[in-house]
Design a protein around this ligand. Structure first.
Ligand code: F6P
Length: 341
């Protein structure tokens, strides 16, 4: 078999572990040939690739980022992109493409699959918002990084009697905010799934100070927004891909909390540090299992499918189903957390 692999969209700790696993299973166990496209779908559209053998994937298991590079280019963004991708798959004699990506990448994968390209997808995102899998690799690493940061921030917040508003990633969902906030014992968690009421949030933080506490930590997901009319709030338009730009919610919230509480407040934006560096052991194992199962699915001819974790098992889920909806934080998970914040 000849297999093409690519990593697309925002990078994520564990991508290299998938690539390595695909090469080991395909080349060593099946005698396949594997090529890696550079910079996501862009590499497939421009026929820009390299051969991946055991040497090429040596020593990459613990490395963050992706040895293949990534981009947000998608076939559907370019005129004739889907046809071009199809043509290159045929010209290169590829029997399967394994794209590793998040929401946008999997939508593109589904489109190409419907156009007849043999695809087995692998889900990735630190945001953990792909509905068809219990967990995505990268999430555990991001939560670990954010938790460590929150632990550190508590000591400086306490020294200065401040409110620290800590912004974590999560464009549409608050999984990182919820888990890191719970793990670090934050005092409020604000997620995109529940527009927050500024009066309620102010009261919650204010009560801590009234109770004699010296500091407060508010964790906010970057996509969170206030309930309409609850505070003066500025949106920031869209980026060059048409995605909604982040509003700088931590900045806006800290200014508002400082004004309302008459307490020093500072924004802290963790940003891409949550995506960088070495994956945790959990993420390495999950990524490795996904790679193995993607190759097996390709050999069974199970195309138009996605690897997914259900409980402790890896299963295959139709791509079309996987891209239907995002996995948001359910109300009961939020309530569980609220009781200990
Ligand atoms: O989808 C993963 C993610 O990390 C989001 O949480 C975040 O909004 C986005 O990527 C930022 O991506 P970039 O700045 O790299 O375009």
């Amino acid at each position: 078999m000849r297999i093409g692999v690519l990593t697309s969209g925002g990078d994520c700790p564990g991508l290299n572990a998938v690539i390595r696993s695909v090469v080991h299973r395909a080349v060593v166990d099946h005698g396949d040939e594997v090529i890696g496209f550079h910079d996501g779908w862009k590499g497939l559209l421009e026929c820009d690739y390299r051969k991946l053998d055991l040497d090429a994937v040596g020593g990459i298991l613990a490395r963050g980022g992706t040895i293949l590079g990534s981009s947000r280019v998608q076939p559907a963004h370019l005129v004739g992109g889907v046809e071009r991708a199809k043509g290159h798959v045929a010209d290169l004699g590829l029997d399967a493409i394994i794209p590793i990506g998040g929401e946008g990448t999997l939508k593109a994968a589904n489109l190409l699959s419907e156009a007849g390209i043999p695809i087995v997808g692998v889900p990735k995102t630190i945001d953990n918002d792909i509905a068809s899998t219990d967990v995505t690799f990268g999430f555990d690493t991001a939560v670990t990084v954010a938790t460590e940061a929150l632990d550190r921030l508590k000591t400086t917040a306490e020294s200065h009697q401040r409110v620290l508003v800590v912004e974590v990633m999560g464009r549409h969902t608050g999984w990182i905010a919820l888990h890191s906030g719970m793990a670090a014992g934050a005092h409020a968690v604000v997620v995109p799934e529940r527009p927050f009421d500024m009066d309620e949030l102010t009261a919650r933080v204010g009560e801590r100070f009234e109770a004699g506490k010296r500091f407060a930590i508010v964790v906010v997901a970057e996509g969170a927004k206030p309930r309409e009319g609850s505070m003066d709030f500025k949106t920031a338009g869209t980026d060059i891909y048409g995605h909604e730009r982040f509003t700088g919610i931590a900045n806006q919230l800290s200014v508002e909390l400082e004004r309302r509480l008459n307490k020093e407040a500072r924004p802290v934006i963790l940003g891409h540090v949550q995506r960088g560096g070495t994956p945790t052991a959990y993420d390495r194992v999950l990524a490795t299992r996904f790679g193995w199962h993607a190759v097996e699915a390709a050999h069974r001819g199970e195309f138009g499918m996605l690897t997914a974790l259900r409980g402790t098992d890896i299963t295959m889920v139709p791509l079309a189903q996987a891209v239907e909806t995002l996995k948001t934080v359910p109300a009961d998970r939020y309530e569980e957390a609220e009781c200990v914040l």
